[in-house]
Design a protein around this ligand. Structure first.
Ligand SMILES: [Cu+2]
Length: 215
């Protein structure tokens, strides 16, 4: 914000001081505010084997009855041609159990809540830290990446979400969270899916960097 204010103020200062000072072509604003955000190159977010929390862990189970230690998940992000496609493949879960699942804003920590709210394409202006979006106009499977599934008889599950938009490279989702229930859609509860059972942190930012030839 401070940077933007400074940039906006600069031409005003120049104009006020001297009519002889021409603003160079392509002035300061174009240099400071690139309009060519790097294209989001599809890349696997991550894969991991769930364990109880330890420092640096990227696949954490908070409830070993529902997501046993040794269960696995992989998140693959690819381009559908018109938007993003996210596929989850999981294994070692409780056979026949229903799981809610979404991409969340923050990495996993020892505290399930710290994975933050759901990634949203259009961010709900009413959402606040600790008070996530529950408005179905925003908390819905077309504006968030919902990946609910039921584990098969062998404890495996797979699910895909296809969207007509791409992930924002400035604030890409950081984690997959598995929940205790399928996701609610009613007003005031939309997007909620019960307790957070497990969390998988995606690979670091470089996986999202521009990478010609891999698209
Ligand atoms: Cu979630």
């Amino acid at each position: 914000m401070k940077l933007r204010v400074a940039i906006l103020a600069a031409p005003l200062v120049l104009g006020a001081c001297s009519s002889a000072m021409a603003v160079p072509a392509g002035g300061p604003s174009t240099a400071a505010v690139p309009d060519t955000a790097p294209a989001l190159v599809p890349a696997p977010i991550s894969s991991g084997t769930f364990r109880g929390w330890s420092e640096g862990a990227t696949a954490v189970t908070y409830d070993t009855a529902a997501v046993p230690a040794g269960a696995t998940a992989e998140v693959a992000v690819t381009d559908s041609g018109n938007g993003v496609r996210v596929r989850v493949t999981a294994g070692g879960l409780v056979p026949g159990r229903a799981y809610g699942a979404h991409l969340h804003a923050n990495p996993c920590t020892a505290d399930p809540a710290e994975a933050g709210p759901h990634y949203q394409h259009r961010v709900d202006p009413a959402a606040r830290p600790g008070k996530p979006s529950v408005d179905p106009a925003y908390a819905n499977p077309k504006n968030e990446i919902w990946l609910d599934f039921v584990a098969g008889a062998d404890g495996s599950g797979t699910t895909t979400s296809v969207q007509s938009w791409r992930l924002d490279p400035q604030r890409p989702p950081w984690s997959l969270v598995l929940h205790a229930q399928h996701t609610n859609t009613e007003h005031g509860e939309a997007g909620t899916a019960g307790a957070r059972l497990a969390c998988l942190t995606r690979d670091p930012i470089p996986a999202y960097a521009s990478s010609p030839g891999r698209g």
